[in-house]
Design a protein around this ligand. Structure first.
Ligand code: BEZ
Ligand code: FE
Length: 292
């Protein structure tokens, strides 16, 4: 190890320790990471106190995280890193639907549902009927695609945030499959805008910056189909009061949708509904696996 290191020579000395790495990509990532970390500390003249705060912050990100409370994901989201990656990894020039981040409320083990099922699991709210179609880039339907969907309730809470009320039962989330015409459809309740969780370390950043903490009303989708690139996306209420100021930068215009309000009457699936309800209809396009 070199001696007499200075602020200028230390960076290279650390980088050289990765010369022996077997994996070239690992080496590239680490050398570049060290460069940017050191440049950051030099540029802002990081104090010892600030560095201790930062290390404690990262430790607290981990400590508060659970399978249903993903504070590390949230940190990536509020810093725009998640959406940067979505944007960077988009296939150029294709007609595939834009992606929008996964977020911390996707959970494994969601129930399977059949088309036309009510996936609200009894949670009260304004009925919402979702109809979707999945096509390839030539406009042909994709049959047998897996459709994960999840959303909040009418007060802006996900099932996993209401363990006392729902006793760990899943609600407002399901896994469906498209029919021969690439269609899927389900009944649920209408979601609402909501704040990102602010009771953890990420809340400190949002508070210190006086930033908006809200996410406009949206429904999440994650599509998988053999031969196609998976797509994680969201549809946003286009006239939501928080549209255009999403705390996690995902509410791009191409995903603004009409959540159409109806008086009592007949729903798209033929059900008679005796209260006002909402319909959401969208056509999604998936890129083939070879198009990356
Ligand atoms: C969500 O849409 O579920 C979400 C995304 C990022 C942060 C918080 C929530
Ligand atoms: Fe969400």
């Amino acid at each position: 190890m070199a001696s007499n290191l200075t602020e200028e020579t230390l960076t290279e000395a650390v980088q050289r320790t990765f010369d022996t790495s077997a994996d070239a990509r690992f080496r590239q990532l680490m050398v570049c990471l060290v460069q940017h970390l050191h440049d950051f500390a030099r540029e802002v003249r990081l104090t010892g106190e600030e560095w201790f705060y930062a290390m404690d912050f990262v430790e607290r990100l981990g400590k508060i995280s659970t399978p249903t409370r993903q504070e590390v994901v949230l940190a990536s989201d509020i810093l725009g890193l998640s959406m940067l990656l979505d944007t960077m990894n988009k296939s150029p020039g294709g007609s595939a639907t834009d992606s929008a981040l996964l977020g911390p409320f996707y959970v494994e083990g969601r129930p399977r549902a059949d088309n036309s099922d009510d996936i609200s699991n009894g949670v009260a709210g304004t009925p919402m009927f979702v109809t979707g179609r999945i096509l390839d880039e030539r406009g042909e339907p994709i049959a047998g695609a897996h459709v994960d969907t999840w959303h909040s309730d009418g007060a802006g809470f996900y099932d996993v945030q209401q363990t006392d009320k729902l006793h760990n039962e899943f609600a407002m989330r399901a896994l469906l499959t498209t029919d021969d015409e690439g269609r899927f459809w389900y009944r649920s309740i209408t979601p609402r805008y909501y704040p990102v969780p602010t009771d953890g370390p990420c809340g400190e950043i949002l508070g210190a910056a006086n930033r908006s903490i809200m996410r406009p009303q949206h429904v999440h989708f994650w599509f998988h189909a053999e031969g196609y690139q998976p797509l994680i996306t969201q549809l946003f209420l286009k006239d939501d009061p928080y549209i255009g100021r999403d705390a996690v930068f995902a509410d791009q215009t191409s995903l603004h949708a009409d959540f159409v309000r109806h008086e009592p009457g007949t729903a798209p699936d033929g059900t008679a509904v005796d209260e006002p309800f909402v319909t959401l209809d969208w056509t999604f396009t998936l890129a083939t696996t070879g198009a990356e």
